[in-house]
Design a protein around this ligand. Sequence first.
Ligand SMILES: [Zn+2]
Length: 445
Amino acid sequence: MQYKLKIYNTLSNKIEEFIPINANCVGMYVCGPTVYDRAHIGNARPAVVFDVLYRLLQYLYNNVKYVRNITDVDDKIYKAAKSKNISISELTEKTTKMYHGDTEALNVLPVTIEPKATEHINDIIEFIQRIIDNGSGYISNNHVYFDISTFNNYCKLSNKTLEDLINGARIEVSQNKRHPGDFVLWKPIDTEFPIGWDSPWGKGRPGWHIECSTMSYKYLGSKFDIHGGGCDLIFPHHENEIAQSYAANKQLMANYWIHNGHVMINCTKMSKSLGNFCTVREILNKFNGETIRLALLMTHYRSPLNFCSDLLQQAKNILDKWYKVLLDKEIQDTKQVDTDILNSLLDDLNTPQAIYNISSMIKNNSNLNILVNTCRRFLGILTKNPNNWFHCSNINEDWVLEQISLRNIAKKNKDYKEADRIRSLLLEKCIELEDTPSGTQWKRK
Ligand SMILES: [Zn+2]
C-alpha cells in the first residue's frame, strides 16, 4: 500500500495508522437516523463526514462495505405517527425517503447496506438470547436487561467512571434493574406503546442499542474495522453496543471508533425547545447542497461545528470564487489525484487543510483537471457545471414562493399547461418542486 491513513481512535485516545483486518474487504458501520422527523443539521454532519471517509477508503481499498442502519422502531416514532394520525410504517417510509433526498442533495453517496431494525427482529431476538445464555442478560418483570457488572471494559470508550456517566446522562430509573447502569435489551408492550413482536419473553420490542450490535454482526461479522457516529453517541449508546457484542460474540466489536464533534447553531447547543433548530430542507431553501456540504467540511470533523448563516455565506463565496475560475474551461475526467489534497485527508481527515490546498491551487492556476477530479472524488464538491452554478445559485427565495403561488392558482383554475410551464421554469433555475398533502415544498438541486 502506497498511502497510509491516519485516524483518531476514540478507544485509544490517539491518532493511529489504519490497518484493516482484511485489506480485501474493509468494513465500516455508522449509526444512522431514527426516522420520525426531517433530518436536521446534526444528522447531516455524520452523513457527510463518514461519506468523505468512505470515499477515501474506496480509493485505498478494493472493496469497502459501509453499513448504516435505519432505526424504525422507537417511542418517538410511535408518538409522532400517533400525533399525525398515520401508521408507523407510513411515517418511517416517508421519513426514510426524505432522509435519502436530503443526503443526496448534499452529495452523500448511497451506503452499501442500509438495514432497518424492524426487518431484523428475529436476528435481534437470537442475539439477546445469546447474551442471556452467556450470563450477561437477565429477565425482570417482562423486561430483558443487560447486566453491566459482567463486562469489565464497560466505559473504556468514554474513558470515564461509570458514576460520572450515570450522573451526567439520563438513565432510566427502574426497580427492575440490578444496577442503575443496566440497560434494556427487550421491553414489553404497554399502553404507551402497544405495538410489538412475539418473543420468548413475551410480546414487546427491542431496546435501541441492541439493533446496532445485531445488524453490524450480521453484515460485518463479530469484529470489523470501523464503527462511527456522532460524539453524543459514545455514552451510553456505543458503550452499550460494545458490551452487548462482547457478551454475545466474545470479541471487541470494532478496532477503530471514530466520532464527529457536536453541532451548535449560532453558538448554542441545537435544541427544538430553544428554537435554534434547523432541518436540512430549511437550509436547502436558501443554499444549495454543495454549499451546505462545504460549510460542514470547513471545520475539522472532531471539532465542534458552529453552524450559522455567516458560515454558509462564507462557503458560498468560496465556491463562487472557485466556479468563476472554472467558467468556460473544459474539465476532462481523469483518475489522477492531487497528492496534497489526498495527503491532507489521509492526515485524520483534515478537510480544512484540503480546502486551503484547493484555494491556493486555484490561485496558482494548477492543473485544473486533476484538481476538479480530486475534489469531486473525495470531497463531493465542484460537481456542477460552472455556468449552471451561477445561473442557479442566485435565485431569490421570494421569487420562488411567488412562482409557487402562481402555479397553485393555475392548478386551482385547472390550467395545467400554465402549472407545468411554471414547474419547468423553476426546474430550469435548478428548483425542484414536490407536492405534498401539506402544500408544495421546494429545494435547490
Ligand atoms: Zn448505533
